[in-house]
Design a protein around this ligand. Structure first.
Ligand SMILES: [Zn+2]
Length: 132
């Protein structure tokens, strides 16, 4: 699948590159003890600057999903699954990813998933597969 790769900066580099070590790192605030995403220099919850990436379990559930059948680019493989994943580490800690290694018909809301990483040009994309 062809993917648009993110631009790295000092805030998001950990998120995009710790996949090399199988770590899903999400920014965490030392003041309010909550995760937030996407990575930023200031906590979304309490505006504290006392934030740094923290390792998560890499496990979550499918909060919502859609199946894309549209071939937006000639070399795009369809169908594929775009999902909102809620990590088990914190209620409401969600981000958009793809679910892979599954027939799109078999995905359901609430399905337990765990992270896997796909490396492209020094970026480790966090993708999710059904938890065995
Ligand atoms: Zn905070």
């Amino acid at each position: 699948m062809i993917r648009k790769l993110p631009l790295l900066n000092k805030d998001n580099a950990t998120f995009w590159q710790q996949g090399a070590f199988n770590n899903l790192m999400i920014h965490h605030c030392a003041s309010c003890q909550q995760y937030f995403h996407p990575p930023a220099p200031v906590c979304f919850h309490c505006l504290s600057e006392d934030v740094m990436p923290k390792k998560t379990s890499g496990k979550g559930t499918v909060a919502s999903f859609t199946i894309n059948h549209q071939k937006w680019q000639p070399d795009l493989e369809v169908p594929y699954i775009v999902a909102i994943i809620e990590l088990t580490d914190q209620k409401g800690l969600r981000f958009v990813s793809n679910i892979v290694e599954i027939n799109p018909d078999e995905v359901f809301i609430g399905m337990p998933v765990s992270v896997i990483f796909e490396e492209i040009d020094d970026i480790w994309l966090p993708l999710f597969k059904k938890e065995a």
